[in-house]
Ligand binder design. Sequence first.
Ligand SMILES: [Mn+2]
Length: 356
Amino acid sequence: MKLVLRWFPYGDDSVSLRQIRQIPGVKGVATFLSRVPVGDVWTMDEILHVKNMINSHGLEMEVIESLNIHEDIKKGLSTRDMYIDNYILSMKNLASCGVKCICYNFMPVMDWYRSVLSEYLPDGSYTMAYYHDDAVKLSLSNITSSMMRGSNNFSLPGWEPERFAQMADDIEYYRNVSSSEYFANIKYFLDAVIPVAESLDIDFAVHPDDPPWPLFHLPKVVNCKESISKYLDLVPSKKNGLTLCTGSLAADPANDVADIASTFAAMGKIHFVHLRNIKHVSDKDFYESAHLSSCGDLDMAKIVRCLYENGFDGYIRPDHGRMIWDETGRPGYGLYDRALGAAYISGLWEAVTKNG
Ligand SMILES: [Mn+2]
């Protein structure tokens, strides 16, 4: 197991590499080239520029989160072959630079969504939350403007303002795309990239939908044990694997995250884990709690034990953190609470590996 932290380059992060280096146990960062437009090739020059910066702080860049997929690939348009060729070139360049794991998602239009980016908790911290009734009654423009207002002037991955103009049209487009057509588009993409991942020895790790139920009637892809199996079976390969995001999956109380962890770790299919906790206030309403089991609904020790006992040997990162100790920054991605999460995960891992 290797512990990493998400980090955003180009001055778009309130947390420095120097600070990350000082969190005990953290070996590297999961990052991405946010200034390369989605669909363009990640050139060696651009990758090495960021990698050298990370390495010079004593950290590794073995995980990319995310190498995003152009919407034309998701829609299955005739232009997709060009974008897939670009994607493969980016994979090859990343492999030459020592990258071993690529996290991505196949969610149409929206990467993730919270109806509140800064909710006050009784202990004086702030966190992200989701209230389903609010989410379904808001218009797209209300949603995009509330995400922007809550962003503290940092970019929100998946919510790039240049995409807003297109979002409404895209949502309309998917009204006529059935789930089976959408999965055919996924398979077309995986058929092209998984053999390349095999030849490059890069682990491919799809991130679950967040939240795990449909918004704006958009197709859902990876949101439960069955859909994870369906997705991974599209192209059977060790390289076609999963990012186990515990918080995303646990948002649906029907999901048994420990069981999902055991099942897919035993198959060698979990390459990357986002370990975070959430606390439900009703079936579809929740907030992101501190990482400790006692603070949320998830049994974090059990999940770590399930991963370890089933041979998991990939990357783990603490996921979103609350804003504590008067910190400000990108919602979910401050330093302090994620550092506490990292220390907690290190403790759980040490306990399970030493005591079984
Ligand atoms: Mn996640």
